[in-house]
Ligand binder design. Structure first.
Ligand code: SF4
Length: 344
């Protein structure tokens, strides 16, 4: 089984409650089942035969996880309870026990695989569906490209495999990854800018795991701010940055911090600590489609921690987090691209 690769997490997390306060879903449902300890205990039970994927409550708990990976990031031993959860989902799917809603969602992503490119040259920008839906972010990013004197080929389209991997459909995710890599190769892409941190993570971590080679360098749009010699006329002023699930907990790349420094932002600490996620299920990629009520609760939890919810300028890395924090939390949120464009 896929979970067998996460022996350390199963054997240690089942007795440990140290990171329970970082379980975003546990914090809004007030339930122990939504903590790494209980999930690991249930998966240990699966191996000893006292638990089974026939138990719908067990499977539902696995698909409720926010997958922020902040427990792994802050665990003193970095036991990969997040990887364990993803592996468990793959085992659920292989056992034919995925919930109907999950199967339907996965089928939609399989159908959406396919892309088109507009423009010329070997520098491209992958404008995923989530980011494309936010016109302000698209406009801001185009301004940054113009300021950097880059005219990218714009690639739009459907799934590149991330959502399928997160849902546990590994062969389908790998097939999407192979097709996207072949598409980029056929388009002659040598440098690919990517807006969505989930897509960046797919390309940088999932694709190598699948053994899929890309023909290009992958850069997130923070690289436009940090690496492309744009002259910013104004300082960004006072902002409340929210650490991104992928950039901080999955990759620990530091690009948000570097970009905010380049914009001369005065960064204020948000909330009560800098360990828990405030990204409302970004790491779970499709949590808003499976459990919108939980995403609403997560956004309200974040909103309750703002100093001045109407005035504080919150900066995030993903259009997903912006959308749900604005929709459910009524907060004043911009993405890094919007903040950077406002400094031109
Ligand atoms: S990830 Fe680390 S802190 Fe969290 S339950 Fe496992 S062992 Fe404990």
């Amino acid at each position: 089984m896929h979970i067998d690769k996460f022996e350390e997490a199963i054997m240690n997390c089942r007795f440990c409650f140290m990171c329970r306060h970082l379980s975003a879903i546990g914090n809004v449902r007030f339930t122990e089942v939504d903590t790494p300890r209980i999930r690991a205990a249930m998966l240990y039970g699966l191996r000893t035969g006292t638990n089974s994927f026939d138990d719908e409550d067990f499977v539902d708990a696995l698909y409720r996880q926010d997958l922020s990976a902040c427990c792994v990031h802050h665990c003193v031993n970095h036991y990969d309870e997040n990887g364990l959860a993803l592996a468990a989902r793959a085992d659920v799917v292989e056992a034919g026990k995925a919930p109907e809603a999950v199967k339907k969602l996965a089928a939609k992503f399989v159908k959406s695989v396919g892309w088109k490119a507009e423009g010329a040259g070997d520098v491209a920008w992958f404008l995923d569906e989530t980011t494309a839906a936010d016109k302000a972010v698209v406009t801001a990013t185009k301004k940054l490209f113009a300021a950097a004197k880059i005219s990218p080929k714009i690639i739009t389209g459907g799934s590149i495999g991330k959502a399928l991997k997160v849902l546990g459909f590994l062969p389908e995710a790998k097939a999407a990854a192979e097709q996207f890599a072949a598409f980029l190769r056929a388009e002659g892409v040598k440098t690919l800018f990517v807006s969505n941190p989930a897509a960046v993570n797919a390309l940088k971590q999932d694709y190598p795991e699948f053994g899929v080679k890309l023909p290009c360098d992958v850069k997130c749009t923070a690289a436009l701010v940090v690496q492309c010699k744009i002259k910013f006329a104004k300082a960004a002023g006072e902002v409340y940055p929210l650490a991104d699930d992928f950039k901080k907990n999955y990759e620990n790349c530091g690009c948000m911090e570097k970009a905010l420094a380049a914009l001369k932002a005065t960064c204020k600490p948000f909330g009560t600590n800098d360990e828990e996620t405030y990204c409302c299920g970004e790491g779970a990629v499709v949590l808003d489609k499976l459990h919108p009520e939980l995403v609403k609760a997560l956004a309200e939890y974040v909103a309750a921690r703002a100093d001045d919810p109407k005035k504080d300028k919150i900066v995030v890395a993903s259009a997903y987090t912006k959308r749900v924090l604005v929709k459910y939390g009524k907060l004043n949120v911009v993405t890094l691209e919007e903040l950077a464009a406002s400094c031109l």
